[in-house]
Design a protein around this ligand. Structure first.
Ligand SMILES: *Cc1c(COP(=O)(O)O)cnc(C)c1O
Length: 383
């Protein structure tokens, strides 16, 4: 039996998750929730920023600050902000990928972020994906390197260097959505620009307390071309987003990120006594859906088990991606300890919630009706 079968089902599940969040905030306040997705979309703007969130006045102020802070964070000659990392990827590919040529994407492991192959298709170019340092075809117009994947697999420094060396005159663009912090702060690697990339983009929402947005830096001449594409298609960040990025960069503290490493090790140790399937991620711990499937006797799919587990955790205030993610998002259960809310919860408490949720899950799978209710909510609450 399958409970969540289609993307429409996933949307209904997400609506129920948001309904639960809404009701918890009403009853017990925001403090009753702990967003451990690592994607909390912080928006640390100040009173004085609000007055200048205007179409032309805003960029006059925020663009200058963003140049300074963005270059400090990423290196490069000029900075450009986007509505999302995806928007920056699209603008770059549309600018450089010529019709009929190849765009070659090197990444440590699959999967690629879907925005890269989709954008290449829109540009009318041909897409190649490599998981090791292979030579690329002659008529290649753009080389993309993913610094750290969505699963936080990291590209080794020596591969970066080899690819940059091979690239010759072809622009090298690095998707460092989380990599700009995972690779540098947690793995001690140089920035993408220091490694010789021409362009890099990062997400101000990943491993830092900023809004969801894309921050790009690189060679001035290339950035100017991308900027023109971005403005024509409405992909650039608007003043409120720029203000949020500026403040998040001002506040960014790599030491807090490093501190999360110690805490995640401790949490892994606390959990592994009862839960041998727990694995470490760079900033937290994770449980794969397949592990749940191994441990629980049921006809339900591993994905359904992950959705159920995540929805049960949510009722105890713990927000994880399988409950709130967009359709198609990963079903791995992750607790990210670099999240802002992670500082408010004791690891022992987190362990108790986690183990309780797991025993509830084992019980609930016996009743299909109960499973449906956990995922979609009571019948008369559903839209
Ligand atoms: C998150 C991510 C993106 C896209 O970021 P959005 O904010 O969703 O546009 C692109 N590439 C990688 C590797 C990512 O992890």
């Amino acid at each position: 039996m399958r409970i969540v079968k289609t993307q429409v089902d996933e949307t209904k599940k997400r609506e129920n998750a948001l309904r639960i969040i809404r009701s918890m905030i009403k009853k017990k306040g925001r403090e009753s929730l702990f967003d451990l997705t690592g994607l909390s979309g912080g928006y640390p703007i100040k009173e004085e920023d609000i007055k200048i969130l205007e179409t032309y006045v805003g960029p006059a102020i925020f663009e200058e600050k963003l140049q300074e802070l963005g270059k400090k964070h990423l290196g490069g000659e000029k900075v450009l902000a986007f509505n999302r990392t995806t928007s920056g990827i699209l603008a770059t590919i549309l600018t450089f990928a010529k019709v009929g040529t190849y765009v070659v994407h090197y990444l440590p492991k699959p999967p690629s972020h879907p925005s890269i192959p989709k954008s290449v298709k829109l540009a009318g170019a041909k897409y190649l994906e490599y998981y090791d340092v292979k030579d690329f075809p002659d008529n290649t117009s753009l080389i993309i390197i993913t610094g750290a994947t969505m699963d936080l697999d990291v590209m080794p420094t020596e591969n970066f260097e080899k690819i940059v060396k091979m690239s010759g005159d072809i622009p090298v663009f690095v998707d460092d959505a989380s990599g700009a912090r995972v690779r540098t702060v947690l793995y001690g690697q140089p920035t993408a620009i220091e490694l010789g990339a021409d362009l890099v983009i990062t997400s101000t929402d990943k491993l830092m307390n900023g809004p969801r947005g894309g921050l790009m830096s690189g060679k001035k001449e290339l950035i100017n071309k991308i900027k023109s594409t971005a403005h024509q298609l409405g992909l650039e960040a608007q003043p409120p987003l720029m203000a949020g990025m500026v403040r998040a960069l001002e506040e960014f503290n790599p030491n807090l990120l490093k501190k999360s490493i110690k805490r995640k090790r401790k949490l892994r140790k606390l959990l592994e006594k009862d839960f041998e399937g727990v694995e470490e991620t760079p900033t937290g711990i994770k449980i794969e859906p397949e592990y749940l499937k191994q441990k629980i006797k049921t006809d339900l799919s591993s994905k359904d088990l992950a959705f159920l587990f995540s929805m049960i955790l949510l009722r105890s205030g713990i927000i994880t991606i399988p409950a709130v993610g967009m359709p198609g998002a990963s079903t791995t259960i992750r607790l990210d300890l670099s999240s802002k809310d992670a500082e408010r919860i004791k690891l022992e408490e987190l362990k108790t919630i986690f183990l309780d949720a797991f025993s509830k899950l084992k019980d609930i799978v016996k009743s299909p009706e109960r499973c449906k209710e956990i995922i979609y909510g009571a019948k008369n609450d559903q839209n």
